[in-house]
Structure formats: structure tokens, C-alpha cells
Design a protein around this ligand. Structure first.
Ligand SMILES: [Zn+2]
Length: 239
């Protein structure tokens, strides 16, 4: 009696353990992938900061070139001032000298502001670089640990699901198909009836059906009228 039902109950127990392991086997790589994503984002940020710094460096260089250029024309103007032949020429040269000095001062001011900003940028960059290195070594540790865990879970899963085929062989094909459909849709396909209710959907089993299941010539397999899961009472699977 109930050999088919007992095989289904066993199958369901095996699949429930396998499912828990499968969930862990999915969850571990997903977590590692998330850390990998964080690391890639940080790497992108570092690349942007590095190119910003290079750009600022180029700008600083161009300020310095201009300062040098104005310095040269200041020198020339001063040389001209010594050779001025009259007051008008002297005044004109004086204006040139003032202009060059003003330009130098402006560029120097810009360079100073730029250097202050670069100092902050460099500090942030160094911090992010350190954070990146920390995350990278953490990730490679996590990856190694995850692999060990995955290997152990895979072995455990093989162990838990061993013998599954034997139970499948004890059940007719249409019932196995129905079992698999239910399992896919609801997560589990075989549940107990406890206190008159289906443990799967928590709905009450009709009294007549409960009586039928208690009779001597009880049906071999029963399904919950609400969720269609296979249902059984403890008494049905006891010898
Ligand atoms: Zn149900």
C-alpha cells in the first residue's frame, strides 16, 4: 500500500534539501558578482580622477608657459625703458611693463588656485586608490572562500540527491510529470495534512475527503482540492 505515495514523499524530501543547497549555490556567486561590480565602479572612478588630474597638470603647464612668456616680454620692455629717448616713449614702455606685470600676477594667481584644487584632488585620489586596493584584496579572498564553499555544497548536493532516481523509478511517469510541474510552480509538491488543513496552502481539507483518506480502502494518491499539491496523512505513510 502507498508505495507510490511513500516514494513521492521521499522524492519531495530529497528535492527540498537539494533546493536549499541550490539556493545557496546561486546566492554565493551572486554576492561575489556584486562585489566585483563595486570594484569595477571604483576603478572607473579612479580612471576619471586620474584623467582629471592629468588635465589639471596640462592646464598648470600652460599657465607656467604664459608666465614665462610674459616674463620674457617684461625683460624686453625693461630693456627698452633704458633706451627711451623722450617722455612719450618712456610712458609707452612703462605701460608695457605694467601690462606684463599684471598678466604675470593674474596667471600666478590662477596657478595657485589650480594647485590648491589639485592638492585636494590628489588627496581624494590617493584615498580612493587605497580603498580600491583594500577592496581588491578582499574580493580575491572572498572569491577563494566562495569557491571552497561552492565545492563543498556541490558535493553535499550530489550526496543529498543520490538515490533520487530510484524513487522516481517507483512512480509512474504521468505522476512524476505532475510532481515536477507542481514543484516548479509552488516550490514543493507533496505536503502533509495537519489539523485537517493542507500544510502547503493552509486551506481546510473537506471533511469527506479526510474521511476517505482514513478508510481502509483509502485512495493511493490524493491532491489538495485548493492547491493541487499531493497530500498525505502521517498514517498513510506509516507501515
Ligand atoms: Zn493545498
Amino acid at each position: 500500500m502507498h508505495e507510490r505515495l511513500r516514494a513521492l514523499v521521499k522524492l519531495s524530501e530529497i528535492d527540498a534539501s537539494g533546493r536549499a543547497l541550490d539556493l545557496q549555490l546561486q546566492e554565493i556567486p551572486a554576492r561575489v558578482a556584486e562585489s566585483r561590480g563595486d570594484l569595477a565602479r571604483l576603478e572607473g572612478l579612479l580612471a576619471r580622477e586620474r584623467s582629471d588630474l592629468a588635465e589639471a597638470e596640462r592646464l598648470k603647464k600652460s599657465h607656467e608657459d604664459e608666465i614665462a612668456r610674459h616674463g620674457e616680454s617684461l625683460g624686453k620692455s625693461k630693456a627698452k625703458a633704458a633706451k627711451a629717448r623722450n617722455a612719450r616713449e618712456a610712458e609707452a614702455v612703462e605701460r608695457e611693463v605694467d601690462g606684463a606685470r599684471r598678466s604675470i600676477k593674474e596667471r600666478e594667481g590662477e596657478r595657485e588656485r589650480l594647485m590648491a584644487a589639485m592638492e585636494l584632488q590628489r588627496k581624494a585620489f590617493t584615498e580612493h586608490e587605497g580603498e580600491f586596493e583594500r577592496l581588491r584584496s578582499m574580493l580575491s579572498e572572498d572569491e577563494a572562500k566562495a569557491q571552497v564553499k561552492i565545492d563543498a555544497l556541490t558535493i553535499e548536493r550530489d550526496h543529498v540527491t543520490r538515490g533520487r532516481g530510484e524513487f522516481v523509478g517507483l512512480v509512474d511517469k504521468p505522476t512524476v510529470r505532475r510532481y515536477e510541474q507542481l514543484r516548479e510552480k509552488k516550490g514543493n509538491a507533496v505536503v502533509e495534512i495537519a489539523a485537517g488543513s493542507c500544510v502547503g496552502c493552509r486551506m481546510a481539507i473537506p471533511p469527506q475527503m479526510l474521511l476517505d483518506l482514513q478508510r481502509e480502502e483509502q485512495p493511493d494518491l490524493a491532491q489538495c482540492p485548493h492547491c493541487r499539491r499531493f497530500v498525505f496523512t502521517k498514517a498513510m505513510i506509516e507501515d
